[in-house]
Design a binder for this molecule. Sequence first.
Ligand code: 6PG
Length: 465
Amino acid sequence: DKSEIGLFGLGVMGKSLCRNLARNGFKISMFNRHVAGVEENVAKDFKAQYSDLSKAEAFDDISAFVNSLQTPRKIMLMVNAGKTIDHVIEDLLPHLSGNDILIDGGNSNYVKTKERCDYLKSKGIHFIGAGVSGGEEGALKGPSIMPSGDAEAYKYIQPFLEKIAAKDQNNLPCCTYVGPEGSGHFIKMVHNGVEYVEMQLLAEVAIILKTLGQNPDAIANTLERWKATVNSYLLEITTVIFRKKEGDDWLVNKILDKAGNKGTGNWTTIASAELGVPSTLISSALFSRYISFYKDERIQLSKGFDKGDPSELRLTTTELLEAYQFARIINHYQGFKLIAEASDKFSWNLNLSEIARIWTNGCIIRSTLMTDLVEVFKSTTNILTNTDVIKVVQQTKKATKKVVSACVTNDLVSPALSEALQFFNGITTPYASANIIQAQRDYFGAHTYQRLDDDSGKRFHTNWI
Ligand code: 6PG
């Protein structure tokens, strides 16, 4: 009998998803291209390694793979985002028939996903762009899945995706139909932007704790205590990271301080700029990674300038915890703001509470804060208008100011913590300095300005000299 679903691409994520599907009782077909120079059939080799794949079928021939599937065929693509997806689509197309469904489970650009939806629609094929988060372990034990595209086609793949997804605290799947076009990949992209900031904040906090004299074990102990207030997957793994030793030293001390990236933080920043949304924390976290990359220049320039004495830093860990709490709220405010604005602009009609819900488990940014936001978004799209959130912001702002000023005074690098405060001050300022920008624009370019004492929308120009 034919297989219920096919998996194309047996990289780290593809392999884990295959095992997850098979363990959940689905009959699957697996495909991986023949790798030149390798004797073995990759898919067959993989099948032989795991008993949970005993009923799975393994192929390195596209036609046989496609023909092994029940119609309408459901094929999940787990290949590298970018051009590879288009090549795979072209390779598959001659073998497909009308109403077959392709699911792109990679970190694809949302604009490309819409183009692929339109292109495949013209060929009678359905295309679902699905963000998948959780890394290798998540994919195996239950990822968070963010599918979007053709709502009718989604019904055919819903039983598979919802079964293999992580479950929320009410045992509902961390997978929901997100919306049309590339909205699933859009929210996965924002997920990664929020992920960059959460990681950056923990990195900044750790450097501050180190400067306060804590060794990696002590930092882990501090973060461990914070779990009661701000638990998250990233906090948990960072605790484990700080405990890891290699010989007499901690491993973290031996890792080169250059942060890589695969491009999604970059896209989030570009999308924010294009949509006119101030995602300042995401760009700050992204650019911090870029600064880290200039290792040689950093070493060279460190010699020419005086730095403050870090032993002068005076802060309590409670103050630091509060600053961290404050910055995380701003991070989540900005991330969901970006989603809300995109939803408006593209008429996607996204449900912020549902998005927060499918991010409460399985994904990299799952946290107790995310669980709280599921409720918050049931009554507002702006978390800074929720009374509980307002209370936390008011309780933590004083400590945040203290932490940020201490970092500035002692020349400690803390861009995300600082930007959280700057952004908060900006978004809560009724009369900003932008009147001066408008005057300058009018001065040199006759760009005109509107007046506070005229609400007709009329535009004014002044001859400034
Ligand atoms: C996830 C992650 C994952 C992402 C990596 C790499 O949700 O499982 O977001 O999809 O690809 O974290 O991201 P960078 O290489 O850009 O840090």
